[in-house]
Ligand binder design. Structure first.
Ligand SMILES: [Zn+2]
Length: 416
């Protein structure tokens, strides 16, 4: 090939790859900002209710949500469940406990006072730790043409032993504490406080790995308190990175993984439907940074990069919704490890028989107000919002978290 032709081809190649590999802030359209300054919330009064006939209910525990309780008649107790403020997304969380001074069966009416509809299938526990789906023959939701019943009814067998009823397998802030302490037994795991919520709860970051911070990964969950299935996926993900496998050991030598499992501890502790103590959806605050939680994490990442010169290569924010979905970046945009996210999702999904992932790449090249957009546009981290279905079987949730971690480690190490 003659050299002028070679020069033209080289020029085109360099220009093309420069365009593809660098995300230009100037090239993006305007950000659609959403107001995220504090809005008032109504505080749930912590109390017990003596509703008569020997029946008691209570919201006096971490993560509880029960705003009012009343006995309608001998066979029906109504519980009123309200959001922390409005407008709010439809994720009507509830969690309460009950007991009776003599054994009796009665129905509970879940009533949202017109502020929401029944969404979460009730889970029951005898110890407040292990929850199981309620017996379907004892659960009833009246037909509603929109498929969203305003009420639901559950028959319970009450006795002196406390019965716990919750919208998901309850995870209060103390559950996350117990889990973090288990992880801290590994010599390669440490934790640090990166900030405080409005109500003074610690925002604690786990660090997993023995690398030098030149290559980093970020994972967060529980921005939205009821989205516990997302937290369960995060657990599978993180425990795999902490694993005793050759892959995980090698990965920890090259990459440090930072994990903030409880992004909204005030919302979780108070049994909020979605918001933090500032009455704000924190996953709309990643440009404004008005809220202490988003401010703390973005400061942490910015300082980390400034201090170490390292980069975040991957970031995932774990949530839950009606079904399993991966919200990813527009695949034409390339960050620090182009193509990583689709590769990880496809390879991990292939390992689950008959499973076809629901991938929703963003359109256009605009930055949004969510965490994954922040991770990508500010740090070049290949990012995704990992949404698990409300009712996805728990072993499958865990498997998905584990496989995602395995494939992530494999692909990131391959690039070294
Ligand atoms: Zn969410």
């Amino acid at each position: 090939m003659k050299s002028p032709q070679l020069a033209v081809i080289l020029f085109l190649l360099i220009t093309f790859s420069a365009c593809k590999s660098v995300v230009q802030w100037e090239g993006q359209g305007p950000i659609q900002l959403i107001e995220t300054v504090d809005r008032p919330i109504s505080i749930q009064k912590k109390q017990s209710w003596d509703v008569g006939n020997g029946i008691f209910l209570s919201n006096q525990f971490d993560g509880a949500r029960l705003n009012e309780a009343e006995r309608v008649n001998d066979t029906l107790v109504r519980v009123i469940l309200l959001p922390e403020n409005e407008p709010i997304n439809p994720s009507p969380w509830y969690a309460f406990k009950l007991w009776s001074n003599h054994s009796q069966d009665f129905w509970i009416e879940f009533n949202y006072a017109g502020k929401g509809f029944h969404r979460y299938y009730p889970k029951i526990s005898l110890d407040g730790e292990r929850f199981e789906n309620a017996d379907s023959s004892r659960f009833f939701q009246p037909f509603h043409e929109k498929g969203r019943p305003e009420k639901a009814f559950l028959k319970v067998s009450a006795s002196r032993d406390t019965l716990w009823i919750a919208a998901q397998d309850l995870v209060g802030t103390h559950h996350a504490e117990v889990w973090k302490n288990e992880l801290l037994r590994h010599p390669f795991v440490s934790k640090s406080k990166i900030g405080e919520s409005a109500q003074g709860r610690s925002l604690e970051m786990l660090k997993i790995g023995e690398a030098d911070d030149s290559k980093m990964v970020m994972a967060i969950s529980m921005q939205h308190p009821p989205e516990i299935p997302g937290y369960l996926a995060l657990k599978g993900f993180v425990e795999t990175i902490c694993g005793d496998t050759r892959l995980a050991k090698k990965f920890r030598q090259k990459y440090n993984t930072y994990v903030l499992p409880m992004m909204n501890p005030d919302g979780v502790a108070n049994g909020h439907w979605r918001h933090n103590a500032g009455g704000i959806d924190t996953n709309r605050d990643w440009v404004n940074l008005n809220q202490p939680e988003t401010k703390a994490l973005t400061d942490f990442m910015k300082n980390k990069v400034e201090e170490t010169g390292g980069k975040f290569y991957f970031a995932a924010d774990f949530h839950a919704t009606w079904e399993d979905i991966f919200y990813t970046m527009n695949e034409d945009l390339q960050g620090n490890s182009p193509g990583l996210v689709p590769k990880v999702i496809k390879a991990s999904s292939k390992k689950i028989k008959g499973y076809h992932p629901n991938i929703r790449p963003g359109e256009g090249n605009q930055r949004g107000v969510t965490s994954s957009s922040y991770f990508f546009f500010e740090h070049g981290a290949e990012s995704m919002t990992f949404e698990v279905g409300d009712n996805t079987p728990r072993p499958l949730i865990r498997k998905k978290g584990e496989l995602t971690a395995q494939m992530l480690m494999k692909f990131l190490l391959k690039e070294d």
